[in-house]
Design a protein around this ligand. Structure first.
Ligand code: SF4
Length: 363
């Protein structure tokens, strides 16, 4: 398949590995921002094939993993009310809330449905006018435009039994937060290719300049990642700090401008709580005042729910690249994909789940 097969080609991968080996003269810490990249790195053993001087740090770019516990508790609170059809992407159903998850609530009889798009939830609202249909809107700038479109359509068509429980997050502020931390070890980034498909990469230019750090926008296939690493290491070795685009078959500097305009119209930028990372200024999206009528938090009076995260889960450190999953005492013992303690074990993009599935730590 064009644009896929050549990015899985072993001969090209071997050439890139040789090039990485040749260009590396000293240790470097590089963070892959996106959970999809983490999954690919661990699945293909890329971290074990590159020189041991290169330390890959798994970043916070898994949307399921960073959705705060209180958002799950709000979802549970809404979904258990009468006359509700609660819609969500499948991964969110197994993320543990304070007391249970959405799947357990569904087993108890709540009408919770997996949908593939917020527009499916909007259609359900049109088909079930005697019910309230709520969509659980999580994820990065990649998924936010489809939610914006659903809410925009709901307003235009006055579909008033539809609403969205929004917990969207933005990538650039979390990168800045990580770089500002006194514990920061990251010296180079592989930028999240999918997010840049929508947002372009113009937002990264000031970050690279301010923190003197190379950022290489990178895809998700093994050859993409090796190429991204090669470009990033080359810059580090040459003392450069530029934004480069490895994923040019999909991404350009300006991104998808109609999608960005829709985001601006429907959402406002807000401070946002990230699971394990706490509140990060300007890192979230909430429905703007013009669309407040479609805000499920307000409609179902759950905005004030606050929750503490479980103490024995160290996913916050995993998400900041301060701890590898195997360093957590619960890993593959009390915490497994069947019984996850934290969100990084639930999603296939979560670092803990990737290590569990692709490394031989379990029988
Ligand atoms: S292994 Fe489980 S408990 Fe430990 S950090 Fe990962 S999700 Fe949390």
């Amino acid at each position: 398949m064009k644009f896929v097969d050549e990015y899985r080609d072993s001969a090209t991968a071997k050439k890139l590995l040789k090039a990485i080996d040749k260009v590396t003269t000293q240790p470097w810490n590089i963070m892959e921002v996106c959970g999809g990249q983490t999954h690919s790195i661990i699945k293909h053993g890329i971290d074990q094939l590159i020189p041991s001087a290169i330390n890959l740090i798994h970043g916070p770019g898994c949307p399921v993993c960073v959705t705060p516990l209180q958002a799950i508790d709000k979802a549970l609170e809404i979904a258990k009310q009468a006359n509700i059809i609660f819609c969500s992407f499948g991964d969110m159903l197994r993320v543990p809330g304070s007391e249970q998850d959405l799947l357990a609530l569904k087993a108890q009889g709540a009408d919770i449905r997996v949908v593939y798009s917020p527009l499916d939830a909007l259609k359900l609202a049109q088909q079930n006018t005697d019910k309230q249909v709520v969509f659980f809107a999580v994820g990065f700038e990649t998924t936010a435009p489809t939610v914006a479109l659903a809410v925009y359509q709901a307003k235009r068509q006055q579909i008033n039994n539809f609403s969205a429980l929004v917990s969207h997050v933005r990538v650039p502020p979390v990168m800045q937060q990580l770089l500002s931390s006194k514990d920061n070890k990251v010296q180079g980034f592989l930028g999240a290719g999918h997010v840049c498909t929508i947002m372009g990469y113009h937002e990264y230019l000031p970050i690279a300049a301010q923190y003197h750090i190379p950022i290489v926008i990178t895809g998700f296939e093994p050859v993409d990642i090796l190429q991204g690493l090669y470009l990033c290491i080359k810059q580090l070795e040459q003392g450069k700090s530029e934004v480069e685009n490895q994923y040019s078959r999909v991404v350009n500097q300006q991104g998808n401008q109609p999608a960005q305009q829709l985001l601006k119209q429907v959402f406002k930028v807000v401070d946002q709580n990230w699971r394990g990372l706490g509140e990060i200024p300007q890192s979230g999206l909430a429905l703007s005042d013009e669309y407040a009528q479609w805000n499920a938090e307000q409609r179902f009076l759950v905005a004030t729910i606050k929750t503490q995260e479980p103490k024995n889960c160290r996913s916050g450190e995993v998400l900041q690249g301060l701890l590898k999953p195997e360093g957590c005492a619960e890993f593959a013992k009390s915490c497994t994909p069947e019984h996850p303690l934290g969100a990084t074990m639930v999603s296939s993009e979560g670092a803990c789940a990737a290590y569990y599935h692709y490394r031989s730590h379990h029988v």
